[in-house]
Design a protein around this ligand. Sequence first.
Ligand SMILES: CC(=O)SCCNC(=O)CCNC(=O)[C@H](O)C(C)(C)COP(=O)(O)OP(=O)(O)OC[C@H]1O[C@@H](n2cnc3c(N)ncnc32)[C@H](O)[C@@H]1OP(=O)(O)O
Ligand SMILES: O=C([O-])CC(=O)C(=O)O
Length: 383
Amino acid sequence: MTESQTEVRKGLAGVVADYTAVSKVNPETNSLLYRGYPVQELAASCSMEQVALLLWTGELPTEEELAEFTARERAHRALTPELKAIVDALPTTCHPMDVCRTAASVLGAQDPEAEDSSPEANLRKAQKLFAAMPAVVCYDQRRRRGQEPVAPREDLGYSANFLWMAFGEEADPAVVEAFNVSMILYAEHSFNASTFTARVVTSTLSDLHSAVTAAIGALKGPLHGGANEAVMETFEELGIRADESPADAEARAKAWMEEALAAKKKIMGFGHRVYKHGDSRVPTMKAALDRMIDHYGRPELLGLYNGLEKAMGEAKDIKPNLDYPAGPTYWLMGFDIPTFTPLFVAARITGWTAHVMEQVAANSLIRPLSEYNGPDERHVPGA
Ligand SMILES: CC(=O)SCCNC(=O)CCNC(=O)[C@H](O)C(C)(C)COP(=O)(O)OP(=O)(O)OC[C@H]1O[C@@H](n2cnc3c(N)ncnc32)[C@H](O)[C@@H]1OP(=O)(O)O
Ligand SMILES: O=C([O-])CC(=O)C(=O)O
């Protein structure tokens, strides 16, 4: 093996791979801007539909633009019988992310514009995927629960309709608001692993649905989107006891974390490749979780949350990422744990597809180098 002085950046850590105007993650100021707007302001005053349009077009929509998009989004919410049949053919034992991945691929195969990567066609395809994915997620959760599917409602906004299709009843406005906040916070985050995957696929001049299908695969892992499920699995491993005092829950969670860290376990929902002093989205999502804890009357969850966070902070000074408050929020709302990452998919379709369009507009094949560290050249005997 030949030794080399080439610097290898494992995991592309610290590598700036391209420009983007979609979002700016600034770990120094702990801020996140979507097209220049602080994500906290968007979460406080916009609908997911407005944020989606902002990410795709670069500007917040006018009232007319929003009305026109809203009408189209609502018209594309329902699943085709063919897609339902394909989902039904998948085992209920498969992960719901596999269902999302399959559905994204099927929606591409069904789209007459699948091979058209013009800006207009890509925007139309992105919007149709955005409209249909909530129905995929809800249809799948209901079939696993042995429940009849619930058809979308054209009189409800994106987030209210999402919850309607999931649970078959109109959600409380406070729950709709918290869900909308989570969707906005999950929508976009520069060159994270799944978005970069989407850009790699796009860079070969492949199509938008292929990029999204691949991105779903990348999001599934627990080092990325899958962490919101893993967070709740930690809570469940700890044991959620509705009658426990927050102080007792906190003490128990602290002890659990100390033991887990002593055993060198990696605890999902903590740490981030870019943010080293805290994830810019956590305070907004934590405030939404607090509202849901009050709404559902489950203060013991706050005890568990605080206990884990404090023990991790004291032992390693590692802060929670967005998945940490998002997991228990979705649990309180009534989603099954394996549905949490599909909720992330539904939101991130906006960011992924905005990046697909940006990549197409200024493409260069993404193909890094590797430093060979295998055997020196050798020869097949007798060759
Ligand atoms: C929406 C999102 O996708 S946010 C990310 C969601 N992912 C998770 O929550 C998974 C848990 N977190 C992690 O695995 C990591 O923090 C990552 C992958 C997100 C970022 O990691 P990197 O920047 O590559 O840092 P790396 O994993 O090398 O960690 C640096 C050190 O902190 C430790 N560390 C980082 N995160 C954690 C964690 N969650 N639990 C325990 N230790 C941790 C590592 O063990 C390592 O310690 P060492 O130097 O003693 O070996
Ligand atoms: O940026 C990252 O690496 C992961 C993340 O937080 C996200 O995709 O939202």
